[in-house]
Design a protein around this ligand. Sequence first.
Ligand SMILES: [Zn+2]
Ligand SMILES: [Zn+2]
Ligand SMILES: [Zn+2]
Ligand SMILES: [Zn+2]
Ligand SMILES: [Zn+2]
Ligand SMILES: [Zn+2]
Ligand SMILES: [Zn+2]
Ligand SMILES: [Zn+2]
Length: 1844
Amino acid sequence: MMAALLLRRDKKSTAAHLKSDLNRTDNSSGVRQLQELLDSVLNPEKPPADTEALDWCKCLIAGEEGFEEFCKTVRSYDNATLCGLVWTANFVAYRCRTCGISPCMSLCAECFNNGDHTGHDFNMFRSQAGGACDCGDSNVMRETGFCRRHRLRTGENVPSVPRDLLLMSEMVLPRFIICIIQYLRDGYTEPDTSAERDLQKVLQQLEPQITFLEELTKMGGAMRTVLTKILTNQQTFKDLSMGQEENVFAKKNYENYLSALKNSGLVSVEEKAQTGAAEPTRGSETGALGLLGAAAPSSSESNKEEDQDGQSIGQRKRVKLSSSTKDPSIMDSLKHKCFLEELLFWTIKYEFPQKMVTFLLNMLPDQDYKITFTKTFVQHYAFIMKTLMKSQESDTMSNRIVHISVQLFSNEDLARHVTEECQLLDIMVTVLLYMMESCLIKSELQDEENSRHVVVNCSEALLKNNTYWPLVSDFINILSHQSVAKKFLEDHSLLMLWMSFVSFFQGMNLNKRELSEHVEFESQTYYAAFAAELEACAQPMWGLLTHCKVKETQEYTKTVVRYCLETLQIWFDAIGFVDELAPNQVTFHLPLHRYYAMFLSKAVKCQGLDLESLLPDQEMLMRIMVHPLQIQASLSEIHSNMWVRNGLQIKGQAMTYVQSHFCNSMIDPDIFLLQVCASRLDPDYFISSVFERFKVVDLLTMASVHQNTALDGEQERPMLEGALTFLVILSSLRIHLGMADDEILRAEMVSQLCMNDRTHSSLLDLIPENPNPKSGIVPGSCSFEEMLSAVADFKAPVFELGGSMQQGMYTPKAEVWEKEFDPIMVILRTVYRRDVQSAMDRYSAFLKQSGMHTTGNPWPPYKERTPLHPCYKGLDRLLHCKTLHIVIFTLLYKIWLDHSNMSEHVLCMVLYLIELGLDNQVEEDKGDEEPCIEEHCHDSWFPGTNLLSNLHHVINYVRVRVPETAPEVKREREPPASTSAEASNFGQNVREAQVFSLVAERRRKFQEIINRSSTEASQAVRPKSSSTRWVPPGTPPQLVTEILEIHESMLSLLIKLHQKLSAKQNSLSATWLEDMDANPNRHAHGDGITAIERILTKAATRSHQSKRSIQEICGKVFPPVAPKKNSPTAKKTMDKEERRQRARERQQKLLAEFASRQKSFMETAMDVESPDTEAAMDLGASEVKESEVLYDCVICGQSGPSTEDRPTGLVVLLQASSVLGHRCKSDEAKKLPTTDEERIYPADTCGAAHDVRLALMQSFFKDSSCLQSVSIGWDGGVYVQTCGHTLHIDCHKSYMESLRNDQVMQGFSVDKGEFTCPLCRQFANSVLPCRPGRSTEVVSWHMPSNKKTSVLVKEVEDLQEQLGFFPTESNLSKEMELVIKDIKNTTQRKYMDYGKNPGSPDNDFLFMYSVARTNLELELVHRGGNLCSGGASGAAKRSCLNQLFHVLAMHMRLYSIDSAYNPWTRLTQVAPSRDNCLDDERPEVPMLFRDCPSLLIIFVLTMPQPLRKEHFICLVRMLYNLQYTQALAALSAKFSPEERQAWSTSGTLKKNAFNAEKSYEALLSHVITELSKVKTVYDVNTDEPSMLSSSVWSPQSIEYSLQQFCLPYLRLSCLLQHHLYGDNLSGCPEEEEFSGLAGCLGLLDPAPQPSNPMYSASCLDWTVSAFDLMSQWCSEVTGLADTQAEKSMTLLVQDLQWASPHLLHLPDNYNTIFQYYHKKACTACKKVPKDPALCLVCGTFVCLKGLCCKQHGICECVWHSQHCGAATGIFLLINASVIIIIRGHRFCLWGSVYLDAHGEEDRDLRRGKPLFLCVERYRVLEQQWVSHTFDHINKRWGPHYNGL
Ligand SMILES: [Zn+2]
Ligand SMILES: [Zn+2]
Ligand SMILES: [Zn+2]
Ligand SMILES: [Zn+2]
Ligand SMILES: [Zn+2]
Ligand SMILES: [Zn+2]
Ligand SMILES: [Zn+2]
Ligand SMILES: [Zn+2]
């Protein structure tokens, strides 16, 4: 009743009335009234789209003052000290590393700009997932970075909120919120119900309501407090959630909610009570563990006993929950106790609607809310992830989840709080396990049948789509907090759980080598696998490691290592690994190994732990080493093409494994682990394992022939190289063995820079992030920048001639090349093999340049290593073991004998190993090792293990097993005793000679160690498996044992190799060693010879015995070494002399050949009587004939004249251009506006001015006459350019035909006639026919004439009267018309039709002569605006103006000027003015208004061709008279009336003087007098004071002004003469341009006339009385002046000078542009474009690609390019900082003119560093625009389909 009453009243007054009721002490009636009102208003049974309810709420809350006002009032009580602005994806925000405490810190643009970050390390970024502003939050950032607003606002100054202000809100909002919740409940349907599920629709309807909530949060702290109270109040929730008892709707609604809970796998509290489980006291205290309960009843048995079978394994995998203290059964219940909880529940159910997320985040500045919300979030965490896994749009949802969670978990206090109270860590780990358990499969590694190990299946969506990332990212985020990480490390059950999680990734994505056929389908699962290991395993590992850096944390490390080893042990057992790998398998994923390795490394490096205490027994170490070693061998196999059948993806894996983002977490830990194993295991065992794993054991025999069952012949060499390289890396790498962080950074940087010059950003990207990528902090004391400047020089960005733009680059300093270049590090970090070569090439280039090594190719330099950390000293034993020495000896021997499969690289690595051994001596602990060797004296190759003493040990005999066919066999057969008999003389030797079998060696050692370390090990299994696998690969029976006689030591072999390399016997003299010591530096760089010398020197200095031995060997005279013919090394090291000799021979041979070829050519040329060859042969003789130009056809290669029948043409590019039209008066470029106040006005451009002028004329004068008085083509004129190449036009046609058939590759459109010049590949689209015959005009046409001017004038007149001569139809004339058509098609119609009758011949006439004008004007622009620099002949060659003129003239012949209207008559004769007989017709344009250059071109083009030069000069002279008169008229208009009077009077006196007709004073006076006849001409001007009237006109300034006025005409005439007659343009200083040009045109005596500087008048040449003629011209003007005074003055005083065209002036800092334009609205669609772009020619702002501004199917950018630049557009893409060029139907990315501090572009603003204008680049851009060379210089064009 009451409510109905209230409803009818107006809302505002109701609100006021209720409010006063409620403010009474007894407010019960008010409350009741309000409740009733709300009951009827907020009825959830009404459709949500009904906004009446919302209006009511607003009114009720606001009370009488209105909602807007209310908002303002509430806002004034805002006590928030945080900004907290929430943004969504794509928002532009800032991050300052200097100010940030958390690396996730971000600021809104406003806060950033209002804070002081000068000199800070900040960047702008585009938010991916959304975020919130942290300004004011001292937990996240330093206070110094707060903006002014959030720094000052302390909150205390804000008055407290009056009680009644928010009273209504407190009462109304709970009802409003439950109403929303009810809508949400009502709208939700489960995905499995048959009804169409349309969550989006429900959300859309609710949008106004949620938006309202969001608006409320923006009212500031006061309102947020109210909302927090409501959202977290349990009583209100209880009262409202279920609705009133009798309300059926509410009941059903509530049941909906319960079923939604149930369907989510969550049990409601009620049901829970039934099952009798203890109800938790708080929802948030429920653990996550029980979540697994439903699917996996936990087993208390060890996890080895999981039962598994086949496919269903994924679902049935069980995880042991080791801790019984955590009750797993409570997880599945979720009790909502307040609005916030249920609201979040629905937010999740609805998959995080954006609006709701924003609302929830907007509330965060309220601390109470933040805590409650975080708890609620954690409480729902498992549920969130379950929903995510099921979501169809997991990407969007992931982003939204992280958008929230990052805000909550980045705060350490809060994260610790929820870890302690809500078991956040348990929840996260459990949920991670739960997730991964959904996609487990049986591991096929090792024992496919019996494996009990399970791994994640990388082809599952969860992994492929990276669905787990929000969870992992949260986990990494909370682990970055020390307090949280400690909790994790202290909790053993969690660690156990975590290790079992990691083991899910151990061995995933197994590769099996395809042996027979190419794999059918290249699986791309490896992306998922590498990403998963990096993100889910490695990143948390790095996170944990950052907290294990000091002694105090030793215990943590010990625990982790223990569980790691335990889990590894379990893994080995599960996969059934005993001691031998299953063949042809490799997995790159060993996260357990890597956890173990990295914790070991940290323990030794930072925590001072003893390595020994963390290592397992020898047997375990031997197992641990197997898989990482297999990866190294596989890398080599992959590069040796042994895995080709597995497709390209396997190479992808090999590359990813070593790539900069992965190497830290993959190859580096692997190598380190192998180093640890090598330092602890028996070195002989280790070395033989390596060679066996690399499958090159068979190769390591002294025999000349061997069999290899494992490898193809061509794979042996690369695999041997791989094995040796690996050994070198293993024994020399120190990354985890003693290098400091600074040293590592330096080494990484140097190796990357040595491969290639790098940009700053690519270098940053290539340096492995260490240790924790998220921290953004480089370890060590040295910053990246400091290190960079220490090792590299900066090369500023330059623009290369080819047009490609270079960025700022860093290149290694010279001393880095000299001292620090480390080829081993380069090899380790090389992703592409070519990079190693590149580094070596650069290295040798440096050596050549610096003169350190000039002949041949240098070898990789040897580099001394950082000393080993004492813990790893054992690694050196690798270099001092007999097995390695035998290998070295064997290889040296084989190289010396030139065995196949040996290479320079093999030798290089062998020498490297020797040198490493010499430099890293093992301490004299031989004592305990020697006896051991003695015991098992299997091999007596060497007496001990020390390399230094083994070097000089001579091996006399070696027993080898070879096939019967081997050469050794034959040789040895001769003495029959030697094969089988143990002859007494051989006895000693034979016993000494040993079969060397690495396989046997390794097996023996292995057994030995196993027996020693673990006798109790199950021996029953091992022999069985070993016996099946350790059979030496198929020993063929035909092998026989032979004994080779060797008699060499390593030293002697080295010396022999030295001789071999230097190709000199006795290359080392006996005294050589003494000479050596003098200059030790010589050894650092060089080739193999240098390396051997260096090693010998080292051996000699370190051991007397070696020294003696070397001297002895050198002293001997060796028999000459037979030089091997095909030995590459011999060739390289050829003696200098010999090489010079060879060169000389080669040269002589070449000369002889040349001479004979020439002779035979002469002979054939004389034999054959061919006109072609004759013409080509002697050009001199052709002088006799009519000189005809010969053209080479670039297609058929023939050369000949262009004829009527078979015309030749120039390859040309026609393009429409508006460059001329964009010229301005001012030489300064217009400024790009960057504020609302600034604007660009286009009216003062050349194009606009000409349009105005023509329109003005057309309004007074006859249209046809107007169209002959101006030129067009300033906008949209056609520019013709050529590359200078010619071709037969018929050849061109067939060429086009062939292009048409082959349309695949081109970036151009053949259908539009586009092609590239067959010779120079320049872009072109037409062919301009060349006129047949004479090149330049025959001399006679050039002759200076001595005819009188009056005669010439008459002759010209007669010529003009001649009827148009129509050439007979020929191929040539057809082609000429075709090119005319092409020209017309080049530009748009609107640029051709200026006349009043579209399509009339007058229009065509104007357009045609304007084409000539456009090309002449553009050439002037290209010459810098004047002709002072003279005629560069190069420019003329490339010009096609002469041919163009000819074609145009041919076409113009179609038109004739009506003789009655021929301007020539009016130019040269005083005729009674034709009284305008036809009154209805408009008058013709007065001569004084006509454009002289246009007239000149018209005359030239319409007269019979070729035009004699004397006639041309005559034209120029007559027109000069007119031009000069125009100048006088224009000048006189600038005078003040007084001045005009004075000049008029003074001039009158001179009128009768001699030569008055050439006196400017007399003429000026005459013009003034004539024009003054009608008062109004000058009258107009007196009103507006002329600019120059204040200054007094002197004769000098008058002369200057006249010259300036006439100069454009003279320039154009001169240029025309240059092209028509080939006259040279002579350069001159700028101030003498006038006289220079006048002289050139013959207007002025070429001799300078210093006496008379007033030469502008002396150029005049009158054939009739000057005064009469002038009077006539003036009268034409005065005739109309009385009516159109003002207009005629405008037409008279035209300014002809235009400055060079410029692009807009850009601000220095890109941010200025970005801030203004990235959120500016488009003027057309009024929206902020998604991709805003800016025209750099005119400043127009457009919506790139926007459908909003698309018209006629053309997007705005393309449309603008057509109108602004006649299809050429230059646009700056605001959001990318990149410039794109549009040219016709194509576009290309030009690059950026804004570079960062390191001279680099930042496309798409990815890095967000400050960008600055690169003036040079911008100039290049402008120059390309002005010179129309975009098409030629930029290469990557693509069609834009009008879609830009
Ligand atoms: Zn902010
Ligand atoms: Zn701020
Ligand atoms: Zn800062
Ligand atoms: Zn040809
Ligand atoms: Zn060309
Ligand atoms: Zn524009
Ligand atoms: Zn637009
Ligand atoms: Zn738009």
